[in-house]
Design a protein. Structure first.
Length: 253
């Protein structure tokens, strides 16, 4: 007898309806156990070699009262009940589960090609009509494009002043403008003071890496309650014309 390839073994699903199936329920207990084992032993297309000797060793290795003849008889009973189909070619004998795709959901891109030939009448599209439906990916929610920030004319002028002295990234323009407007609206700074702060920051702080953009003006460093623009105000008030040593400035505020 030619040596048959072994099917890849993996986890399979057992339908609850199996226990009340009259075709299976009227068969001997050994045949029922063999059928359940064949589900687990079958490859990704529900096929396996039809070799009672090998199946006896795989399913009943410790049952000394089960013979190869018993397994062969039970296979015949399963075939008569149309729970399996048996077929052969010049290389050997095979069996297949005719309702495999009704109970087993295996993604098409994860199926291992079967080492066994197709059973008679096998048409892949018809056999897979019960396979798990393709899950459509969730459509990405179309978020409305972010509307540009409606900045005041004064904020635009202050940013333009900074940009002329120290270039700013256009992609963060809205953040720059909102910060400048908040300094006037929330912090109650007059625009003349905001312009002076932007001039000092862009000429003295930004080139030395002490501040990156107008967005940082209202930020507070960890452990400090003083905003960055307040430190600039303090340095401007001290008459120090350069950014100087920030550590010294921290001690002054």
């Amino acid at each position: 007898m030619n040596r048959l390839p072994r099917a890849k073994q993996t986890t399979r699903m057992i339908s609850p309806s199996l226990w009340s199936n009259p075709e299976l329920g009227t068969l001997p207990l050994g045949a029922r156990l063999l059928y359940i084992a064949l589900i687990g032993l079958a490859d990704d297309y529900g096929r396996h070699g039809d070799d009672p000797r090998r199946l006896k060793a795989a399913v009943f290795p410790f049952d000394t009262d089960v013979s190869i003849v018993d397994v062969s008889t039970w296979l015949d009973g399963l075939a008569e009940a149309e729970l399996i189909v048996t077929y052969n070619d010049e290389h050997g004998s095979y069996l297949a589960h005719p309702k495999w795709w009704k109970h087993q959901w295996i993604r098409r891109d994860r199926r291992v090609p079967s080492p066994y030939p197709d059973p008679p009448g096998y048409v892949e599209d018809e056999q897979e009509e019960h396979a798990a439906p393709k899950v459509k990916p969730k459509a990405k929610s179309k978020s409305k494009p972010k509307e540009p920030y409606s900045a005041s004319t004064e904020a635009k002028r202050a940013r333009a002043q900074w940009h002329r002295r120290f270039p700013l990234k256009d992609e963060y323009q809205d953040d720059h403008l909102k910060t400048l407007d908040d300094m006037h609206r929330i912090d109650k700074l007059p625009w003349s003071e905001i312009n002076a702060i932007c001039e000092f920051a862009s000429e003295q702080w930004a080139p030395k890496g002490f501040i990156a953009s107008p967005t940082a003006l209202r930020e507070k460093k960890p452990g400090s309650e003083v905003k960055q623009y307040e430190k600039i105000q303090a340095q401007m008030a001290s008459g120090n014309g350069s950014a100087g040593d920030l550590a010294e400035l921290e001690n002054q505020i």
